[in-house]
Design a protein around this ligand. Structure first.
Ligand code: 5GP
Length: 193
């Protein structure tokens, strides 16, 4: 269990298909001090997704109201949909003494960086290559051809922003990438304490 005075805010960002979801699950399973931040989104739920677990699925109107109420730590528009981290969902996690694991994009990570009071650690995950990313996107069978093309064209933009992260890792083999993340967390906490 990772302990620190301030809850750790661990951000994992990556182009979709780089294996971030698997890594997020592994971190949570291996360390119960982490709770995943459940974002709000205006995207439609996929068949296997559960409201309140994977995301809080809301209408555009509701999302706009939350923006007006300044309810978000950060939010971004990604592929025509809005995604945001509400302050209340983070507070619920940190109040209980847990660390927070964020699966958010570079736009959100940059906004969180402006909250200087947070104990933030940002890791960017890259796929081994663009070809491998395309293979993974096709094999997971979640997107149609147009969506895959769109994700691949977003790749280079995503990668440009990786320089603003504390660490950039290539997810060649999941287990070795996961071990590197564990080491990075421990080093970060040792520096802080
Ligand atoms: P998906 O629609 O595939 O679940 O997610 C698309 C992208 O949105 C992913 O890169 C994911 O990291 C990002 N994302 C999910 N929730 C949030 C959020 O609350 N804020 C931001 N900025 N990005 C998010």
């Amino acid at each position: 269990m990772y302990n620190s005075n301030k809850p750790l805010m661990l951000v994992l960002s990556s182009p979709s298909g780089a294996g971030k979801t698997t890594l997020t699950k592994k971190i949570q399973e291996s360390d119960t001090s982490f709770k995943v931040s459940v974002s709000h989104t205006t995207r439609k739920a996929r068949p296997n997704e559960v409201d309140g677990v994977d995301y809080h699925f809301v209408s555009k109107e509701k999302f706009q109201n939350l923006i007006n109420e300044k309810a978000f730590y950060e939010y971004a528009k990604i592929f025509e949909n809005y995604y945001g981290t509400s302050k209340s969902s983070i507070n619920k996690i940190t109040e209980k003494g847990y660390n927070v694991l964020f699966d958010i994009d570079w736009q959100g990570a940059e906004q969180l960086t402006n909250h200087k009071e947070l104990n933030l650690l940002k890791i960017f995950i890259l796929p081994p290559s663009l070809e491998e990313l395309e293979k993974r996107l096709i094999s997971r069978n979640q997107d149609d051809k147009v969506a895959i093309k769109r994700r691949l064209s977003a790749y280079s933009v995503d990668v440009t922003h990786s320089k603003n992260y504390d660490h950039v890792l290539v997810n060649d083999k999941v287990e070795s990438c996961f071990n590197k993340i564990k080491k990075i967390i421990l080093n970060h906490l040792n520096k802080k304490n």
